[in-house]
Design a protein around this ligand. Structure first.
Ligand code: 13P
Length: 285
């Protein structure tokens, strides 16, 4: 039925209608199936996100092939997205094999270098109708091989965001407003005023990274103030892994992957359902 899509229409529709498209990080066939099957059941558009080390692990052509099969069998809008890629060559290679959405993460570079890198990716990606996300500011925490200490974290400056978006021609912007990758030490504090100010100055879709372990009401508020893509990784990995651990405690001699992965998929599915509800993306097509 469908094809793999870029995130352009998906995010603009979400922005117009005031919800967010969830971007779920997957690692293998099972986690991709949970994300796609659940999105399909709930009639939610969905973004399947893969980090560089997931591509090293699962390989880009396999990910594209799995996503193509998923899209072919449903009218659910599905995008596959390169998450936190720093290497431009790798982004180009993944676009060449069929990725239609990418993030160039040059957020740790100085402002001008960040702009230059994003410009290069935008010039390449747009030729293939592929959308580009970039990040301004720095999120604390660990995502993939990317580690940012608290002292190095940096909130997005709204005035810089305007210049950044204008000069790069980027399609969506990840903002640093107090979320972190991974779990939080205390309750996260989000800078909603900053988000509002960025939104009032920047018209492209805004992205919230590090949405795991953030109370639902804070995520909903961020969406109401202009976030239209919400990234979730850790909150899915935990129930999936815990379920496998529990399975082996109860069945120490088990060795059939279908037996221990089936409950893991079910545990992850509950969280995917919940996140879709928090994003308000169900019944949107
Ligand atoms: P979490 O692992 O904190 O959900 O962050 C995911 C993310 O932002 C992926 O880009």
């Amino acid at each position: 039925m469908g094809n793999i899509l870029s995130t352009r229409q998906m995010l603009l529709k979400a922005q117009r209608e005031g919800y967010a498209v969830p971007a779920f990080n997957i690692h293998n066939l099972e986690t991709l199936q949970v994300v796609v099957d659940t999105a399909k059941e709930m009639r939610s558009p969905v973004i399947i996100a893969v980090t560089p080390s997931t591509i090293d692990y699962a390989r880009d052509e396999y990910v594209v092939a799995m996503a193509r099969v998923a899209a072919k069998n449903t009218d659910t809008p599905i995008a596959i997205h390169l998450d936190h890629f720093e290497n431009i060559l790798k982004i180009k290679q993944a676009i060449d094999v069929g990725f239609k959405s990418c993030m160039i993460d040059a957020s740790k570079e100085p402002f001008e270098e960040n702009i230059t890198k994003v410009q290069e990716v935008v010039a390449y990606a747009h030729r293939y109708d592929t959308t580009v996300e970039a990040e301004l500011g720095k999120l604390v925490g660990i995502e993939d091989d990317l580690v940012v200490d608290e002292k190095d974290s940096l909130y997005t400056n709204p005035a810089d965001a305007v210049i950044f978006v204008e000069r790069t021609g980027v399609d969506s912007l990840a903002v640093a407003i107090g979320t972190a990758h991974g779990l939080y030490k205390g309750k996260p504090k989000l800078d909603f005023e900053r988000l509002q100010e960025i939104r009032s100055k920047v018209s492209i879709p805004l992205v919230l990274h590090g949405a795991s372990d953030v109370p639902d009401e804070l995520v909903k508020r961020a969406i109401s103030l202009g976030i239209c893509k919400v990234n979730v990784a850790t909150d899915l990995k935990i129930p999936f892994s815990n379920s496998i651990k529990e399975y082996f405690v109860e069945n120490p001699n088990a060795n059939d992957p279908r037996k221990y992965l089936t409950p893991a998929k079910a545990a992850m599915k509950k969280i995917v359902q919940h996140k879709i509800e928090v994003c308000g993306s169900n019944n949107r097509y």
